[in-house]
Write a protein that binds this ligand. Structure first.
Ligand code: SAM
Length: 202
């Protein structure tokens, strides 16, 4: 998948031009909860990362993406002293970033990567977090429609059973909260799951 080409072609159907409604919903229910450093992997044009610095007391949000075009567009949209955009691969984070994040916000990165890399994804977010850090995620469990079918994609679907197996049974995380968000982008209603996970050190 050539993500950069999609941004160059302005063919980015996942990008709704605004922060994810389940993120804004969670932030409104948990004011002041997110603090410290926040990583936003696969941040695209940065809507969620910008909302995180606007709505929380985070010291810094680092929005990473492998697409330099997405990051260029993000920088044109958003500017804040506490917001940093970086061309970084989640699977190859700089050594000095490992263990440095208090929170990670996951939205449409997990479903975008090849399902064969999901074990690597869990290992990557686990090692990016400081001990006991939090991964707040909205998992797009069922992205399938007439155009997108299982085995095609991205986006690649998932299930609660898979989430539990990969994150919890692996011994890397425990689940603190899990629910279907009331607010979603149009067309994603009832198809997403918000899951708050706490990293287990080790
Ligand atoms: C479906 S898009 C979602 C973008 C953004 N979260 C949004 O909802 O608008 C997936 C994003 O993940 C980025 N991406 C894919 N693999 C990545 C990786 N290994 N590390 C960092 N970003 C990655 C892509 O470039 C793309 O911007």
């Amino acid at each position: 998948m050539d993500w950069d080409q999609h941004y160059l072609d302005e063919h980015t159907p996942w990008d709704k031009g605004e922060a994810a409604p389940p993120l804004l919903e969670w932030l409104s229910v948990h004011p002041g909860k997110i603090q410290g450093r926040v990583l936003v992997p696969g941040a695209g044009r940065g809507h969620d990362a910008a909302a995180i610095v606007a709505e929380t007391e985070a010291r810094e949000a680092v929005a990473i993406d492998i697409s330099s075009t997405a990051l260029k567009l993000a920088k044109e949209l958003y500017c804040d002293d506490r917001l940093r955009f970086a061309r970084e691969d989640l699977f190859d984070l700089p050594e000095d970033e490992l263990g440095s994040y208090d929170w990670i916000w996951e939205h449409t990165c997990f479903c975008a990567i090849d399902p064969g890399l999901r074990e690597d994804y869990v290992a990557a977010v686990h090692s990016a977090l400081s001990p006991g850090g939090h991964l707040l995620a909205v998992f797009y469990l069922d992205p399938y429609d007439d155009e997108h079918q299982p085995g095609g994609g991205p986006p690649h679907g998932s299930s609660l059973e898979e989430i539990e197996k990969r994150f919890v049974s692996s011994g890397k995380f425990k689940i603190l909260e899990s629910y279907v968000p009331e607010k979603s982008y149009s067309g994603r209603e009832e198809l997403e799951q918000v899951v708050l996970l706490k990293q287990i050190p080790g």
